[in-house]
Design a protein around this ligand. Structure first.
Ligand code: ADP
Ligand code: MG
Length: 315
């Protein structure tokens, strides 16, 4: 960490003071070998990720290209994105959940109204925001649910990512990327209705990586990794039935299809219900009790979920 007075300017100083601790990682440094990354993803982040995905993401970063993770909800886009950015930079990334109201002031920086009145629009009254901070700290940024933002905002992001610099006209300054750590991952769920389409310009510049429901053996591994290690045990025949039910729901006509996120939550809820009964083993009854609350996200799905559960796990 730099000494006080060693910063290029007040903006850099403010960024370091605000965020240096937050982005501190317990990694020894950047991890850019896909094989080593896959191992750490499982061990440190409890994430099961295909080595091909890791290699694709790292290859994009080597070309200075942002990556777009697209896929249904609960398939690990956000968590895998955060973890890969941390591995690549050796520092924790910033995470920006998008909304329609985002603009450059909210992501690059704005001026404190009172300070700006007293001191003017200069570095003293400037508040650096996540995108500029990530660039200055040479770490990654995950821009979550990009379809929820405006096209204008998407264009600003692409410009920054292309040129690896941010211009703040009010400060008469150009901030440039310090190294390779600054990378962008976008996430999006194309099936989400009522969201903006991504423009051709956007799609042309990003490397698109598709996320999907994992194969059964991978999902079984995720469940095993993510179930409470100290909680009641889930017998393997029950875990298999749960996976059966999940895969049937995915091919049924439910509006909300369960992702691995729901599989994990279902397992953990069943464990908690068993624990509350004072049992150290999960029974079918616990699993059925947990099912409705976890798997019914829309009232119109209620009937199909109950029927499927009854059919697969029934007495
Ligand atoms: N590949 C995976 N490995 C481990 N857990 C996963 C994986 N994919 C999904 N999950 C589970 O799903 C949860 C939510 O993942 P998240 O990144 O929020 O999904 P998304 O952003 O695609 O909606 C995780 O906390 C985890 O329990
Ligand atoms: Mg997400």
């Amino acid at each position: 960490m730099l000494q006080k007075g060693a910063y290029e300017s007040m903006v850099e100083e403010r960024v370091y003071e605000t965020y240096a601790d937050i982005i501190k990682s317990d990694l020894p440094g950047p991890i850019r070998d896909p094989k080593a990354a896959v191992k750490l993803l499982e061990k440190k982040y409890k994430l099961v990720v295909d080595e091909k995905i890791v290699a694709l993401v790292f290859a994009s970063f080597m070309n200075g290209r942002p990556v777009l993770f697209e896929g249904p909800p609960g398939t690990g886009k956000t968590e895998v994105g955060e973890a890969l950015l941390e591995l690549w930079a050796g520092k924790k990334p910033f995470v920006l959940p998008c909304s329609e109201s985002y603009d450059e002031y909210k992501v690059i920086g704005d001026f404190h109204p009172l300070l700006a009145m007293q001191k003017g629009f200069n570095e003293e009254s400037f508040i650096p925001r996540p995108l500029l901070s990530a660039l200055i700290l040479d770490t990654g940024i995950l821009i979550d649910e990009i379809r929820r933002s405006s096209e204008e905002f998407q264009n600003i992001l692409l410009d920054v990512s292309d040129k690896r610099r941010i211009i703040v006209p009010e400060l008469k300054r150009v901030f440039r990327a310090r190294g390779e750590g600054f990378q962008i991952i976008f996430t999006s769920n194309p099936e989400d209705i009522g969201q903006n389409e991504l423009s051709d310009a956007f799609l042309r510049r990003v490397v698109r990586v598709e996320f999907n429901y994992p194969p059964r053996h991978v999902e079984a591994r995720i469940m095993e990794l993510r179930a409470s290690p100290t909680g009641p045990k889930i017998p393997s025949h029950i875990a298999q039935l749960m996976l059966d039910a999940i895969s049937q729901l995915r091919t049924s006509s439910v509006v909300y299809r369960p992702g691995p996120a729901e599989t994990v939550l279902w397992a953990r809820m069943a464990q908690a219900i068993a624990e509350l009964r004072g049992s150290d083993i999960v029974t079918l009854e616990d699993v059925v009790k947990a099912a409705e609350s976890v798997l019914v996200k829309r009232p119109e799905d209620h009937e199909i979920v109950v029927e499927t559960i009854k059919k697969v796990l029934g007495p």
